[in-house]
Design a protein around this ligand. Structure first.
Ligand SMILES: [Zn+2]
Length: 121
């Protein structure tokens, strides 16, 4: 991979991170608004204890869904948008990716990580 290809990959990673943040914030908004709306509509038919129990179950389901969603998202992020150092085998991503872009070398071991023979202009 060349330095230019890695820079494009990191830009796509940043766009992906922004989309993920929007999805998480949107889900928080949905989680907060839907149960309140449902509780408002059915409040005449249910007891406060039952409403609290339903909200508690909803909160647990939401936390589990967000946990696994973020787990899958982070794993995908690591597998798609990082490269492995040919010297030490560690992932080059985030801060170490910035070091690699600036210097062309691994931020952990200093080995050259980009294929400079394909560099165009
Ligand atoms: Zn390294």
């Amino acid at each position: 991979m060349t330095r230019e290809q890695f820079i494009l990959q990191q830009q796509k990673r940043n766009e992906f991170s922004i989309k993920r943040t929007v999805v998480v914030l949107g889900s928080i908004l949905v989680f907060c608004s839907v149960p309140i709306g449902v509780a408002y509509v059915v409040s005449k038919d249910t007891t406060p204890e039952r409403s609290r129990r339903l909200l508690g179950i909803g909160l647990i389901v939401y936390i589990i869904a967000v946990y696994f969603g973020l787990l899958v998202s982070v794993r995908r992020n690591l597998n798609t948008y990082s490269i492995l150092c040919p010297g030490c085998g560690k992932r080059i991503l985030g801060f170490t990716g910035q070091i690699a872009i600036a210097t062309g070398n691994c931020g952990y071991c200093g080995v050259k990580v980009f294929d400079e023979s394909e560099t165009s202009t």
